[in-house]
Design a protein around this ligand. Structure first.
Ligand SMILES: [Zn+2]
Length: 403
């Protein structure tokens, strides 16, 4: 049956859900005005949706049962074509499906949306404004610039903090649904405010939010995990480091454009990859951490590229031991906290190939208390705890460099 509306969408704005839709082109004009005289809007809370296990397909199969009617009436049309409805009676952390019905149509939907805590999932606006404040508050110590643009045209911010000596690289959101800005930016703010002495003998070069396009989609309410850029590229398979080798991790195929680990049409094809490369080929890090895992949290294990160099492995181990002293002051070091893996096309693999640089993907799974992040249940107190842990971990490493 022909549908009278198009571009039906649900997104979150300031903790509310905003539904928008347009008249379909075949239904424009005065003769079809009655079709848009009244709307009915229905909602259902999707309690059974589980982040990390369920994806878009969960909703594709959902029909209009157990719906709650939340609106019936007329709505004004912007430019005689666009409608919008705001549902402010929603709760943080919940996932909803919406349906819209016109006088003669069936229910059209579902359009799903998750209402996420903006304190736990930082938006592009929050990330850039926190970085701007950091740079403006301490211009002697902090330099901020755009190191490139995403495939959607957003500028990717890069920040350099401190003077010289050794360089620590910090990279976040290589994968949109994972971690980075919420851990990296507060650590930089506190270092500048509380321990500027540590930054005289070292500098930090940070790109806290690389795949910011996918992150924005999650901030706007996409309920399921997003990994690739909107262009479908897994950035941690796109770096020019053994890129031609096909990876089969997670039961996927990195040469397959349909795969969530698609390496892209050529090495460095993604503008986000090139932005990261431009920064770190010029400012070679002695150590780099790329923040992964899920829903704004990461910890250990750290994954480093496989290497044959005898001196490199003990160096990697000493770096992770130092980081772990700050991250887990309550735990004795475990050999399981560092693994050598060397995924083709990954950022750490590229840095290792560039000059034996010690680069790590930070994942997770050590502390049971952090596991709620795997199902997108990270709350403010869990995030605060991990902000403190990573701050202490970075201080631990810089403290050793300063000694
Ligand atoms: Zn990842």
């Amino acid at each position: 049956m022909r549908k009278p509306i198009t571009k039906l969408k649900a997104s979150t704005v300031d903790g509310q859900v905003v539904l928008t839709w347009y008249k379909a082109s075949g239904f424009m004009g005065d003769a079809r005005a009655a079709e848009f005289a009244r709307f009915r809007i229905y909602r259902r809370e999707e309690r059974r949706f589980v982040f990390g296990s369920d994806y878009e397909e969960f909703f594709l199969c959902r029909r209009g049962a157990n719906l709650e009617p939340i609106f019936e009436g007329s709505l004004p049309a912007g430019n005689d074509r666009k409608f919008s409805f705001t549902d402010s009676d929603v709760a943080m952390g919940r996932t909803y499906s919406y349906f819209v019905q016109t006088p003669r149509s069936g229910r059209i939907g579902p359009v799903p949306v998750k209402v996420r805590d903006p304190e736990v999932w930082w938006s592009y606006e929050r990330i850039t404004s926190r970085l701007r404040s950091l740079a403006e508050g301490c211009p002697d110590l902090v330099r901020l610039w755009a190191c490139g643009t995403t495939c959607s045209g957003r500028e990717i911010p890069c920040v350099e903090v401190g003077g010289g000596g050794r360089t620590l690289g910090l990279v976040g959101l290589i994968h949109g649904g994972e971690s980075g800005p919420e851990l990296i930016i507060p650590a930089l703010e506190r270092l500048v405010a509380e321990s500027p002495d540590l930054l005289t003998a070292a500098r930090i070069v940070a790109i806290p939010a690389v795949n910011i396009d996918a992150r924005q989609q999650m901030v706007a309410g996409t309920p399921w995990y997003l990994r690739t850029t909107p262009a479908g590229v897994d950035l941690n398979r796109n770096f020019p480091a053994r890129w031609h080798e096909v990876g089969y991790g997670y039961g996927l195929d990195s040469s397959d454009p349909d795969s969530a680990t698609y390496r892209g049409p050529c090495a460095g094809a993604a503008p986000e990859t090139r932005a990261v490369m431009s920064v770190f080929s010029e400012r070679r890090p002695d150590v780099l951490f790329s923040f992964h895992w899920l829903a704004s949290i990461c910890e250990l294990p750290a994954l480093a590229p496989t290497c044959e160099d005898r001196r490199h492995r003990p160096y990697c181990r000493s770096v992770i031991e130092s980081y772990a002293r700050g991250l887990y002051p309550e735990l004795p070091f475990s050999e399981n906290w560092l693994a050598f893996d060397g995924t083709p096309g990954a950022l750490p693999t590229w840095l290792y190939d560039l000059g034996c640089l010690a680069a790590f993907d930070l994942e997770g799974g050590v502390r049971a208390e952090a596991r709620p992040c795997q199902t997108d249940q990270t709350d403010r107190s869990l995030l605060e705890e991990y902000q403190q842990r990573h701050y202490d971990a970075i201080r631990s490493l810089l403290g050793e460099w300063a000694a």
